[in-house]
Design a binder for this molecule. Structure first.
Ligand SMILES: CC(C)(COP(=O)(O)OP(=O)(O)OC[C@H]1O[C@@H](n2cnc3c(N)ncnc32)[C@H](O)[C@@H]1OP(=O)(O)O)[C@@H](O)C(=O)NCCC(=O)NCCS
Length: 315
């Protein structure tokens, strides 16, 4: 039985910062309200950068940390809900730009904010059938493209950015435990696609999503730890989807997880959908909060409604 470990991580963030004060000039809100309800102070917004450029830069940073070359990549996945093109996939564009071999399995993956963990799970499964033993997961989002800046209930939450990880598949590693789920919910959090006759912007029932998250995330953590035969004390760092500080505080309280074991960066980047968890993991690694041999529990939730958790180890 083989499994994956994380070899390298990276991220890329657009230059422009949008503060809560900036938003308070666009909708009726305030820095105090936003910070108290979400823990967010600012987020990034693409002006000149494309979704593919962000992905490329994050991928390069992760490859560099891993000491891996594009020629080593057997599987390249791009979880995203805001690709530059419907076709070709961003993964195919990365294949060309980075120079990955033609038989690298490249595709985009749609699992909203749970995308990074869906990507880790899928990469582990597909690498079993690949001649090359490295996988590249690149979450890249330009949520500002699908944000309604007249809706104060949503526009305060979202930001743009990309996060990436290079994983190594080996028979030296045990399979990475993961738990994934989806509920087939089209009302709580959705953005209409082409041909729906509506602007393609995010709609959200904030209270429903909040409730869903504070119930589902602890269940997901419990299922994951049970599967791995571990307790929260065995986890070195919890790396959650950075949707909202209050959601994570409820989760910590329910699970008895101390705050110093939870990496949080939503204050600076807001909710970057699939990229949130990947950026948080990269941040935690670069800040020295996760070292080789240590375990991180990644858990995310979002549109679908989906949820996903994985216990990752650093190589
Ligand atoms: C969006 C969210 C911050 C709203 O906070 P909340 O405490 O649930 O607030 P409510 O929606 O109940 O609204 C309370 C009041 O604040 C108002 N309000 C909403 N957004 C506001 C804003 N940006 N600024 C000021 N007031 C605002 C509402 O209009 C409402 O006013 P009313 O009582 O006069 O009707 C919160 O529901 C949330 O974080 N949900 C989860 C969202 C999430 O994580 N989504 C992504 C998942 S991947």
């Amino acid at each position: 039985m083989s499994g994956i470990r994380i070899r390298g991580t990276g991220c890329s963030l657009p230059r422009q910062t949008v503060t809560n004060q900036d938003l308070s000039r666009m909708v009726e809100t305030s820095d105090e309200w936003i910070y108290a309800r979400t823990g967010i102070r600012e987020r990034r917004r693409c002006v000149e950068e494309s979704q593919c450029e962000l992905a490329l830069n994050a991928a390069r940073a992760a490859l560099e940390m891993a000491g891996a070359s594009p020629a080593d990549i057997g599987v390249c996945l791009v979880p995203t809900i805001t690709p530059d093109y419907i076709t070709p996939s961003t993964a195919c564009m990365l294949q060309k730009e980075l120079g990955m071999p033609e038989d690298t399995v490249c595709f985009d993956l749609s699992a909203a904010c749970s995308g990074f963990v869906f990507g880790l799970h899928t990469a582990q499964a597909l690498l079993a059938y690949s001649r090359r033993k490295y996988g590249l997961i690149v979450c890249s989002e330009v949520l500002s493209r699908i944000t309604d800046y007249t809706d104060r209930g949503t526009c305060i939450l979202f930001g743009d950015g990309a996060g990436a990880a290079v994983v190594e598949y080996s028979d030296r590693y045990a399979p990475m435990p993961s738990v994934l789920g989806a509920r087939g919910d089209r009302e709580s959090l959705y953005a209409p696609g082409i041909g729906r006759g509506e602007p393609p912007v995010l709609h959200m029932g904030g209270t429903q999503v909040f409730k869903f998250a504070v119930e589902t995330v602890p269940e997901c953590i419990r299922a994951l730890l049970d599967r791995a035969g571990l307790t929260p004390e065995d986890v070195d760092q919890f790396v959650f989807h950075q949707a909202n500080r209050r959601i994570l505080e409820r989760v910590m309280k329910k699970m008895g997880i101390p705050e110093e074991k939870v990496w949080m960066n939503m204050e600076h980047y807001g909710n970057v959908s699939s990229a949130s968890t990947a950026i948080a993991l990269d941040d935690a690694v670069r800040a020295g909060r996760l070292a080789p041999g240590q375990k991180a529990l990644c858990c995310a939730f979002g549109g679908g409604l989906t949820w996903a958790g994985a216990l990752v180890e650093l190589a």
